[in-house]
Design a protein around this ligand. Sequence first.
Ligand code: CMC
Length: 429
Amino acid sequence: MSDQGEIILEGKSYKLPVIEGSEKEKAVDISKLRQDSGYITIDSGYGNTGACKSAITFIDGDKGILRYRGIPIEVLAEKSDFVETSYLLMYGNLPNRAQREEFRNQLSGHSMIHEGMIKFFDGYPTTAHPMATLSSMVCSLSAYYPEHLDPKDKTHVNHLVPRLLAKMKTIAAYSYKKAKGQPVIYPKTDLDYCSNFLRMMFGTPAEEYKIDPLMVKALNVLLILHADHEQNCSTSTVRLVGSSDANLFASVAAGICALWGPKHGGANQEVVEMLQLIEREKIPVKEIIRRAKDKNSGFRLMGFGHRVYKNFDPRARVIKVYSDKLLANMGIKDPLLDIAKELEEAALQDDFFKERKLYPNVDFYSGVIYRAMGIPTDMFTVMFALGRLPGWIAHWMEMHSEGDGRIGRPRQIYSGETERPYVPMDQRK
Ligand code: CMC
């Protein structure tokens, strides 16, 4: 097998080193191509561009495989919890008993946010989207740790990582409480991550919140399934921003903003709003499929399709099973789940979706579970952000520990005007 690729440009041959990953994926290294030939490569949407080597997550989109540090996502969803999975992603291995205890204690112990920050929430209108609040609050955390912001200093990073993980859930819950006009509920150190979050969301000072183990398990599973997905849009954003040596909070805040878009994490909110619209206006499923296929309609079937998965999304499979279980156990009959199933069936039988290999993605059923848990629709993307946080941190840490330290800076092919004169105002048309 040749370990070199070759490209011929204007009759001249250039050798390109071949790189092979641990799962035998292959790449040609074009990093010297411009220097040697004057050519760059163009790849809209980076669909064929590897920006780094990474040892965190493996995806085989054709086979529907997703593994964190080598462990299949289905196994983690069944056997692990979110805190342990976060440790695995960020530090490379499952924690032993002592490491797990220490990490849990750190996350519980650092859950409170500075009292001054609680006042920030009052400045936002109650209509503020919680993703707007979350991104700015996470960036604001930088203001409280001016002495620990050096991404190259391991003691700084180790100081910030558990604090960010612990505090982001508190910020998320407070943004909900403030929007509802309810007092914030302080975290309790003796509660695990998910129980703490649920209590801060749904507890009130008037009565003690009863923790439901079923809800805690469902939340753990959802967060685990969202915890990493290699070089997706928000993670690549965190890496790119981090490559300028921006601090951890600033880099993650940028990732939150990238996640917000409806083609990425914002899709879970859009799915439920689409299902609600279908229910409210009694739109036949056939008509929705017709609109999704019509390029002029500007409408896409939200929760369908994926850049990487072209067979099925393994996260969607696990979520579908859990949404059935959770709703049955809670005795909830949600008409939106029936509509979702009907839509899925219709789309999977349709040639347009078959030919383009469009299958339900992680967002198609997650909203149905969040609804059953009482989480409001505009908080869905915040839930995705809470889940994705350890993945963002893991990639940010990996980039700083292993990368070549170069700032991320793509090139372009300029397609504008060539040099032209400056026209004085009175001569302009
Ligand atoms: N409904 C209708 N048509 C679609 C859809 C859809 N949801 N997704 C893709 N297509 C069509 C698209 O019009 C195109 O058709 P053609 O080849 O005739 O031009 C073809 O399928 C390929 O689409 P693409 O936009 O080139 O694919 P992509 O890999 O660039 O985009 C995607 C992937 C997820 C952005 C896209 O499938 C989409 O917009 N889906 C809906 C939004 C969504 O559910 N996003 C959540 C993604 S999973 C969670 C996450 O990672 O954030």
